[in-house]
Design a protein around this ligand. Structure first.
Ligand code: NAD
Ligand code: IPM
Ligand code: MN
Length: 362
């Protein structure tokens, strides 16, 4: 099968890990007889530097004309003092909005080999398999107005806005995933304070009638932040507002021991997908060959499974990652006693070779 993939490396470590995505795609292509035609384009700070805008029309056009999109990360100190409307992050928000990618899936499993690298006790970190379903194109990130006001511009406004339809579609998506997984859905909100959360809760309760096999509960976001640390094993699927999901997923990454382990899929109503790690451009380690490329590689696996109908291929990549970890290799963000710490390039090479090796033995 021939597929066209847009790869948008972005900034910082995004540029280092994007090559990992390309390498595993090539290995998976050889093994399973597919041709992945990769085309690169700029987004974020790199696009500001080259084109004067964080999301050039040509990048958006390429994304629209591809079967799926892989994205590294955007942002960095070089662009931190730009007005918010011109920052690299605005390019990311714009591509999500333009492509209608309202459903952001952030799976968080326990990686058995990594349990010791979690700051949580092994009995707490060791038995987790949750999915955070984050609303991605509405809420606080996109509310209007968002501005400074007054004579001295010392009054500031951000707005949390949702339409019923926007909440319904993400809630339905989350119910579908819960029904196909462990049958439990936790809706996370702040309904004791926010009107938007009250409508969110109302809609979750309405939709629950269509999914009698799914057990639903509601949790306030502050309590959810606590439960993610005290008893993460209690969660199956979490559905929540854009900003809450952003914060909770970075927190949940510590169950695996590193933010560098979490992939994500952002899907539109038609099923089109953009795949990117949960982490950012990590300016503190950029250019040092230290970044963990596994979140990017696992995002590539999600792309194969969700967007390209290549479940077996995606699982082969996931197995390759597990097998490299099980053999005691890790990057420096993972605290694994007795393991061999390798750089970004070497980790990419190890996983890629494992994908190809399986091919020889199968
Ligand atoms: P970050 O996720 O880039 O980094 C947070 C910490 O985690 C850092 O100490 C970093 O070194 C570490 N880390 C992250 N990914 C890692 C990896 N793969 N391997 C090893 N260590 C890793 O968040 P930040 O420092 O708050 O933000 C830096 C920049 O990235 C900002 O400009 C921010 O806006 C941007 N950002 C972009 C995205 C995205 O493109 N999706 C996501 C988050 C942050
Ligand atoms: C993420 C990032 C982005 C977000 C930023 C860079 C806009 O933190 O993908 O989690 O908040 O959505
Ligand atoms: Mn984030």
């Amino acid at each position: 099968m021939k597929k066209k993939i847009a790869v948008l490396p972005g900034d910082g470590i995004g540029r280092e890990i994007a090559s990992g995505a390309a390498a595993v795609l090539e290995a998976a292509g050889k093994r399973f007889g597919h041709e992945f035609e990769i085309e690169y384009a700029d987004i974020g700070g790199a696009a500001i530097d080259a084109h004067g805008t964080p999301l050039p029309d040509s990048t958006l056009e390429l994304a629209r004309n591809s079967d799926a999109v892989l994205l590294g990360a955007v942002g960095g100190p070089k662009w931190d003092n730009l007005p918010s409307a011109e920052r690299p992050e605005r390019g990311l928000l714009a591509i999500r909005k333009e492509l209608g990618l309202f459903a952001n899936l952030r799976p968080i499993p326990s990686f058995q080999k990594l349990v010791q690298s979690s700051p949580l006790k092994p009995e707490i970190a060791g038995n987790v398999n949750m999915l955070i379903v984050r609303e991605l194109t509405g809420g606080l990130y996109f509310g209007k107005p968002s501005e400074r006001r007054g004579e001295n511009k010392e009054v500031v406004v951000d707005t949390l806005q949702y339409t019923r339809e926007e909440i319904e579609r993400i809630v339905v998506k989350a119910f579908e995933f819960a029904a196909a997984r462990g049958g439990r859905l936790t809706s996370v909100d702040k309904a004791n304070v926010l009107e938007s959360s009250r409508m969110w809760r109302e809609i979750v309760n309405e939709k629950a009638a269509d999914y009698p096999d799914v057990t639903v509960d509601h949790m306030y976001v502050d309590a959810a932040a606590m439960k993610l640390i005290s008893s993460p094993g209690q969660f199956d699927v979490i559905v929540t507002e854009n900003l809450f999901g952003d914060i909770l997923s970075d927190e949940a990454s510590m169950i695996t021991g590193s933010l560098g382990m979490l992939p994500s899929a952002s899907l539109s109503e038609s099923g089109f997908g953009l795949y990117e790690p949960v982490h950012g451009s990590a300016p503190d380690i950029a250019g040092q060959n230290k970044a963990n490329p596994l979140a990017m590689i696992l995002s590539t696996a999600l792309m194969l499974k969700y967007s390209l109908g290549m479940r077996e291929e995606g699982e082969a990549i996931e197995r390759a990652v597990q097998s490299v970890l099980n053999d005691g290799y890790c990057t420096s963000d993972l605290q694994m006693e007795g393991s061999t710490v390798v750089g970004t390039d070497k980790m990419i090479e190890l996983v890629t070779a494992r994908v190809a090796e399986e091919s020889e033995s199968s």
